[in-house]
Design a protein around this ligand. Structure first.
Ligand code: NAD
Ligand code: UDP
Length: 318
């Protein structure tokens, strides 16, 4: 069990999920080292956190060996490109973050006697043939398609994490995060929700990729962070799904955002992505039973908060 006030290393802590995680850890009284290369983020995202006494920013690429950081009880390993636009732009870097980065972060945890948590992804299920996805489903991934740089990096990272536990007895956990959204996503990261909100606020058509019938189950970032911390503080290895089982077709997410912003924007169909998963929905019974966790923020409330943040950032009226 990881107690408050202990030192936590968050790799990828300057990114979208990482910055929220660092903020919550600081609020709980932890000392936090954020290790990030700013490969897919910028120092702006953690400007507020830097004012906090318990927060240390270490600019470092996890694919290079990690320095010693003194007593550390927990390593939360997030460093990796995560949005399709980013990992398609950084294919080899993404594979290396999953492989070398995970190896280095695991070695660090082992040396420091720390618990290690890998943020894996629903993408390990690929274009799933079972629905909803339970943790014991092995997935349907194209190993040579463009998305494979992310999917296979995370599958390798999971395998390495389990091997470390078996070979060295390292205390490990694996979270398979499903699509998460909220304030501090980059407006240009190419993911569905930032795209739709930015387009709606600008009065431009919302770009629906393919038919729009493909589904996603989106989870508000505060809920994802609570799930990750519940897993970190438990003794569970997992893998465990962390996501919101409220499943919607993409066109309906676009409609919700159009209604909530009150925009006059229409929708425009654009070509679908290669190997785009057709359905995605987590079975979260393991997280509910083992961690007592389930998401609490409704889609409408989460979208409202996210739209307000993007509107404030862009100077537009929400
Ligand atoms: P993000 O791109 O906002 O953050 C990732 C962070 O990792 C960035 O700050 C980036 O600069 C850093 N990084 C990348 N490569 C690095 C390297 N080699 N060394 C050091 N830092 C590096 O993405 P996010 O949405 O916050 O995702 C965080 C983690 O959660 C990722 O591991 C991702 O795979 C996982 N995840 C996220 C989602 C989601 O919907 N957001 C879903 C599933 C899994
Ligand atoms: N998508 C879309 N319009 C966009 C961006 C994405 O219709 O402007 C679709 C994308 O093809 C996928 C879904 O929305 O079917 C979710 O995409 P995202 O990049 O957010 O996450 P993914 O689950 O693909 O990693």
């Amino acid at each position: 069990m990881v107690a408050d006030s202990e030192h936590v290393l968050v790799t990828g802590g300057a990114g979208f999920v990482g910055s929220h995680l660092c903020e919550r850890l600081l609020r709980h009284g932890h000392r936090v080292t954020c290790m990030d290369s700013f490969a897919t983020s910028s120092p702006d995202g953690i400007a507020e956190l830097r004012r906090h006494n318990g927060f240390t920013m270490l600019e470092h690429d996890v694919t290079r060996p990690l320095p010693d950081l003194g007593d550390t009880r927990l390593v939360l390993h997030l460093a990796s490109a995560a949005s399709p636009r980013d990992y398609l732009r950084l294919p080899i870097e993404t594979l290396e973050a999953g492989a070398l980065g995970t190896r280095n972060a695991l070695a660090f945890a082992q040396r420091h006697g720390a618990r290690f948590l890998l943020t894996s992804t629903s993408e390990v299920y690929g274009d799933p043939l079972e629905h909803p996805q339970r943790e014991d489903y092995w997935g349907n991934v194209n190993p040579v398609g463009p998305r494979s740089v992310y999917d296979e990096a995370k599958r390798y990272a999971e395998a390495l994490t389990m091997a470390h536990q078996r070979q060295h007895g390292t205390d490990v956990a694996i979270a398979r995060i499903f699509n998460t959204y909220g304030p501090r996503m980059r407006a240009d990261d190419g993911r569905m929700i930032p795209n739709f909100i930015t387009q709606a606020l600008a009065g431009e058509p919302l770009t629906i990729a393919g038919s729009g019938d493909q589904t996603r189950s989106v989870c508000y970032v505060d809920d994802t962070v609570s799930g990750l911390l519940a897993l970190a503080r438990s003794t569970l290895t997992g893998p465990v799904n962390i996501g919101n089982p409220h499943e919607l077709p993409v066109w309906q997410v676009a409609d919700e955002i159009r209604a909530l912003t009150g925009t006059a924007s229409t929708v425009r169909q654009v070509p679908g992505a290669v190997d785009d998963p057709r359905r995605r929905c987590p079975d979260i019974s393991m997280a509910q039973k083992e961690l007592g966790w389930r998401p609490e923020v409704t889609l409408r409330e989460g979208l409202r908060r996210t739209i307000a943040w993007f509107a404030a950032e862009s100077g537009a009226a929400a």
